[in-house]
Design a protein around this ligand. Structure first.
Ligand SMILES: Cc1cc2nc3c(=O)[nH]c(=O)nc-3n(C[C@H](O)[C@H](O)[C@H](O)COP(=O)(O)OP(=O)(O)OC[C@H]3O[C@@H](n4cnc5c(N)ncnc54)[C@H](O)[C@@H]3O)c2cc1C
Length: 376
């Protein structure tokens, strides 16, 4: 019997699980999925719980329901250490040995050690976070809404907040604070311009070259001296991998993503897939996205099977279908299969893919209903 452990029940973890479970009998595999959550969280639609009234229950899928169909052991626990030499995974309750390991534990919000930010801001790592944020919006009346970070998440959150406030006829300031000279980091200039134009249309202010300097219970101050009183602060200023990965002695990028080779290997018995993996693609590193997480999860599983069959491993060939910045006023900007797109069409593609990739038939129907009624 060969023991295979998968860490993380997200897109990459599940894609590898689905692939491995097909070969369970043939190769006598004992597959264990370790997840710190009982449910799969559908992350791409978290901002939509705010402005588009998507119900959080439609973004959750029980891993236990899956274990009955796919015949794997589900261990609900948090991995705290991995010993690559001993081939051992340590969780909060036990340690387990493996023959093959797939690390697919994604990333989490990076507060860069700023405890004030951790205590006084909201984040969007899970469905629970989205529910907590929505509850706070409903309960409180904030004087302003600040979003730290002008990446995809920050922009999606800001536009959803504007739609949320407009539906309730509340006029308030929404500000995105970005440390870099421009929003959306390495994305092409035409796309940044397109997003900036829409943010202006939605009366969302963008402050670049600035950081949040001081966070107190009642006020938030920026590096340029501006202070916002009684503002809601949402932290979307970057991500990092889990502590157990940060402690691994392997090559990593500053976020702690593990550098993998062309076969997605960390070593002969260990693979990394999804946001955890740092993969060189066209002289750059591949961005974090669902499409790559799913393909990498499947590829690492295939390579485990090929190792067991004594076959040559296959290289992971990244196929980039494109990228979309969907904004909550039904205006999107993106590149799909090489074509530049603006307006409603990229938004339509984004939600089409979200529905296609969400888990469970009931969830798919629920999301469609929420999108239709939430936009009414
Ligand atoms: C708000 C938001 C919006 C996004 N929008 C888009 C989008 O529109 N399009 C797109 O392509 N991508 C989007 N992304 C990015 C996309 O969600 C990720 O690229 C994708 O989820 C990566 O999949 P993954 O399997 O690597 O990690 P994840 O989906 O994050 O799954 C990792 C799993 O591992 C678990 N885990 C973590 N640490 C441990 C541990 N120590 N022990 C056990 N389990 C652990 C986590 O709980 C989680 O269940 C968005 C992300 C966010 C947060």
């Amino acid at each position: 019997m060969k023991k295979v452990i998968i860490i993380g029940g997200g897109f990459a973890g599940l894609a590898s699980l689905f692939r491995l479970s097909r070969y369970k009998k043939r190769f006598d595999l004992a597959i264990t999925l370790i997840s710190d959550r009982e449910q799969v969280n559908f992350l791409p639609m978290l901002p939509d719980c705010l402005g588009r009234s998507v119900k959080t229950k439609h973004l959750l899928f029980n891993l236990a329901d899956l274990s009955a169909k796919k015949y794997f052991n589900l261990l609900k626990s948090r991995v705290i250490a991995v010993d690559l030499k001993k081939k051992e995974v340590v969780t909060s309750g036990q340690s387990l040995n493996y023959d093959f390991l797939i690390i697919s534990s994604g990333t989490e919000t990076n507060f860069y050690g700023n405890n004030m930010a951790r205590e006084h801001s909201f984040k969007l790592d899970s469905v629970e976070d989205a529910a907590f944020l929505f509850e706070a919006l409903e309960k409180n009346s904030y004087a302003a809404y600040l979003i730290a970070g002008g990446g995809y998440t920050g922009i999606e959150v800001a536009t959803n907040l504007r739609v949320y406030l407009e539906k309730r006829k509340i006029g308030r300031k929404i500000v995105i604070i970005e440390r870099a000279p421009a929003i959306l980091g390495p994305l092409p200039q035409w796309l940044k311009n397109c997003v900036e134009d829409n943010l202006k249309r939605l009366d969302i202010e963008v402050i670049v070259n600035s950081t949040i300097e001081k966070i107190e219970t009642e006020s938030t101050s920026l590096a340029d001296g501006r202070t916002f009183n009684h503002a809601m602060l949402i932290w979307a200023a970057g991500v990092r991998t889990a502590d157990f990965i940060q402690n691994l002695e392997v090559e990593k990028n500053p976020q702690g993503r593990i550098k993998v080779d062309e076969y997605l290997r960390v070593n002969d018995a260990c693979f990394a897939a999804g946001d955890t993996a740092y993969f060189l693609y066209k002289h750059n590193f591949l961005r974090m996205a669902v499409q790559f997480a799913i393909a990498q999860g499947a590829c690492s599983a295939k390579n485990i099977i090929r190792s067991l069959a004594g076959k040559r491993l296959i290289e992971y060939k990244a196929a980039d279908l494109g990228l979309i910045v969907p904004m909550a006023n039904n205006h999107g900007c993106g590149r799909i299969l090489g074509m530049k797109m603006r307006g409603f069409l990229p938004v339509f593609f984004h939600y089409f893919m979200c529905i296609y990739r969400s888990y469970g038939f009931k969830n798919k129907i629920g999301i469609i209903k929420d999108l239709v009624t939430g936009n009414a």
